[in-house]
Design a protein around this ligand. Structure first.
Ligand code: COA
Length: 675
């Protein structure tokens, strides 16, 4: 604590994000003592050093949180202070940071401030009064937005709802001190003494159904909503006790452990390759403007990157331009103009000579790609990075074709590329370390989460997904209904089951991929030719109105008896005895196929560790985040049981499909986990 005249200034400085660590709490407690005892200071301002206000409780210490953590009590003490205390907020005030600010007697923010209660994203609920003070100060609607939906608001929005008293015009510290002086000599207004808004019940009741619908196995959002509701019906102190108890119980839940694991894993995958020097990437070329290429162009433009979009004919260039114009039509004029100005269009490969990074996104044919990389090797300026968006082709072969292998890597986006956050950076045998680091950094710059993979068939996501799909088709051969399979997978927490997903991607697209890989399919995979059968029947997926499902006028999928007949006929035709298959077997066959393959990726050194696989699957295909990703989930199941089941499947289904990963067997045998 230092003094500025009659105002005490309490400064929190805990890099990198001012988390409320044990040290911060101890320091704050001492400062509050000193302030209370100090006869000279008549008010206090709490402010932070660094990039933002307090970013919440210390996520790294949450496995060992005591039943009565210090922060909530400190926050209550702030509110109870006889002398006014003002929060001066810059940057992010999140979780416990926002709760601290809510208990202060005034809040001044800089224009860059943002506010959130992201606890739900970690399987938690606010535990220091957030669900009780925020509704009193700013209303129940905004509390639901922040505490239940995990949204953030900026300073202007916070001012509009009464969360803050003012946005500082000049320096934040001065504005907060000036505001503090206006409050001296009076009993401070305590947030807890404000009434709960009268419209609370109606808003909570209205939110309940959609919160339940969106839950997909997560509990935290409805726990947060319940805590708000409890506060509407009970006195403040009782509601605070309830909130704390629920928050501590949530902290100890599997859901929270899994989500906290993912939070830290995401930051760890960033570090996997971030140490090398990086090349400057200002202008990016995209060659090949099909669905993926267009999505990439949109993602780049939205991230403010100067983009050169190249198609190899005027016709495809025009088509791509038209499609992107249509996608941007919903935006207002200013936004559209800004985006459009960032993209230069050309049907001439030599336009890519200016690019610092070229992303190749033409069709998945090796000969075409190799020829293109040979051309790019000459056209691109020395030092430019050449990246391929291939989903499964050999990046090393493309590197060889370019004549400058060190500059070449994979940069694999997911469809739709402007929406999906995952990007796989694929390092080839000869890829220079600074190319890898540059791509990892670049992906982050454009708002993506990048994981680093080595070269293999399908990299991380598609390699695991291919094993899941294979099991799904085998299950059909054995008599499972695709609808039962989808139900199990959706029940597990995936947004879509494999067959609904197949309809979305397009049966034609999957058939093309199947043909491209025909030489790598086993006889049994050839026999499980459901995709070919659907294609022949004109059931091309959602766009065609029917695929695995029949789609009504409203686009809603419905099971189709024709598919049941097709599955039965397939069994009869090939003399396969079909049987009833239980939910547990469906789940294990599909999920453990991914776990076992993930273990092989680790064995082979394709990824740095299980964290890369978990992040990839959660962000690449919507593996349920509250289960932590396949490798985390397997640990929770117990690797002994997992290894036993995989070995049983190997005995039943054959080693070709279920050979247990060495790393799985050895971990199970020695009682170790992936983490
Ligand atoms: N507790 C402990 N460490 C935290 C933290 C927290 N609440 N929030 C962030 N960190 C750490 C990160 O782990 C990272 O360190 P690492 O690289 O050693 O793992 C470092 O701070 C920087 O975080 P990062 O997210 O990479 O920086 P950013 O500038 O992109 O974002 C925040 C900063 C604060 C916006 C972001 O970290 C965030 O949203 N944090 C979570 C806040 C939260 O959920 N609080 C409620 C907790 S109940």
């Amino acid at each position: 604590m230092i003094r500025d005249g009659d105002v005490a200034v309490i400064r929190i400085d805990e890099p990198p994000v001012n988390a409320a660590t044990e040290a911060v709490c101890a320091g704050l407690a001492a400062a509050l003592d000193a302030f209370a005892a100090d006869g000279t200071s008549r008010a206090a301002v709490i402010l932070c050093g660094g990039a933002g206000f307090v970013a919440g409780a210390d996520i790294k210490a949450m496995d060992a949180v005591p039943d009565a953590p210090p922060l909530p009590d400190l926050i209550d003490r702030i509110e109870a202070s006889e002398k006014p205390i003002i929060a001066a907020i810059h940057g992010a005030a999140l979780g416990g940071g926002l709760e601290l600010a809510l208990a202060c007697h005034g809040r001044i923010a800089s224009a860059d401030a943002r506010f959130g209660l992201p606890e739900v994203k970690l399987g938690l609920i606010p535990g220091a009064g957030g669900t009780q003070r925020l509704p009193r100060l700013a209303g129940v609607a905004i509390t639901i937005d922040l505490a239940v939906d995990g949204r953030e608001i900026d300073a202007a929005a916070a001012l509009a709802v009464g969360l803050i008293d003012a946005i500082a015009e000049g320096p934040l510290r001065d504005a907060a001190i000036a505001h503090a002086r206006t409050l001296t000599g009076r009993t401070p207004r305590r947030t807890r003494d404000l009434p709960m808004p009268a419209d609370g019940h109606a808003l909570v009741d209205a939110a309940a159904p959609y919160v339940a619908k969106k839950a997909r196995g997560r509990r935290a959002p409805s726990l947060a909503l319940d805590a708000i509701r409890f506060g509407l019906d009970h006195p403040f102190d009782e509601a605070l006790v309830n909130e704390r108890a629920v928050s501590i119980a949530a902290l100890r839940s599997e859901e929270s452990r899994a989500l906290r694991h993912l939070f830290l894993a995401e930051r760890r995958v960033r570090r996997d390759a971030a140490k090398a020097r990086v090349r400057t990437i200002t202008t990016v070329g995209v060659i090949g403007l099909g669905t993926m290429g267009r999505g990439i162009v949109q993602a780049l433009a939205a991230a403010g990157v100067e983009t050169i979009a190249v198609a190899r004919s005027e016709a495809s260039l025009g088509k791509a331009q038209g499609a992107i114009d249509k996608a941007w039509a919903k935006l207002d004029d200013a936004q559209r103009t800004a985006l459009a100005q960032r993209v230069r269009w050309s049907s001439d490969l030599s336009a890519l000579a200016d690019a610092d990074l070229v992303i190749e996104s033409i069709g998945e044919a090796m000969a075409d790609k190799a020829a293109l990389f040979a051309a790019l090797g000459d056209i691109a300026r020395p030092g430019a990075i050449l990246a391929s968006n291939t989903s499964y082709l050999d990046v090393d072969a493309l590197a060889d074709a370019s004549g400058r292998a060190a500059d070449v890597a994979g940069l694999h986006f997911f469809n739709p590329a402007n929406v999906m956050r995952l990007v796989e950076v694929v390092a080839g045998a000869a890829t220079a370390p600074d190319v890898v680091a540059s791509l990892m950094g670049f992906a982050r710059r454009i708002g993506k989460i990048a994981i680093l993979s080595g070269v293999c068939d399908g990299f991380v996501v598609n390699r695991l997904l291919a094993k899941r799909s294979r099991e799904a088709y085998f299950l059909l051969e054995e008599g499972a209904s695709p609808y039962a399979v989808d139900r199990v997978i959706a029940g597990f927490g995936f947004p879509l089951g494999p067959f609904a997903l197949g309809d979305l991607a397009g049966i034609d697209v999957q058939r093309a991929a199947r043909i491209a890989r025909a030489d790598r399919l086993s006889p049994r995979e050839h026999r499980a030719d459901f995709v070919d059968q659907l294609f022949a029947a004109g059931r091309l997926g959602r766009r065609a109105g029917k695929g695995w499902y029949a789609y009504g006028e409203d686009g809603k999928p419905a099971p189709d008896p024709e598919i049941d007949s097709l599955v039965a006929a397939h069994g009869a035709h090939h003399g396969i005895t079909q049987r009833m298959i239980g939910e547990a077997e469906i789940r294990d066959r599909l999920i453990l196929a991914m776990v076992n393959e993930g273990a092989k990726l680790i064995d082979e050194g394709i990824v740095a560790g299980p964290h890369a696989i978990d992040i990839a699957l959660v962000h690449g295909i919507g593996f349920p985040a509250h289960l932590g990703g396949p490798m985390w989930w397997a640990d929770r199941q117990g690797l002994g049981d997992v290894a036993t089941t995989v070995s049983r499947f190997a005995a039943e289904q054959g080693d070709a499909y279920w050979r247990p990963a060495e790393g799985l067997i050895s971990r199970a045998a020695t009682n170790r986990n992936f983490y």
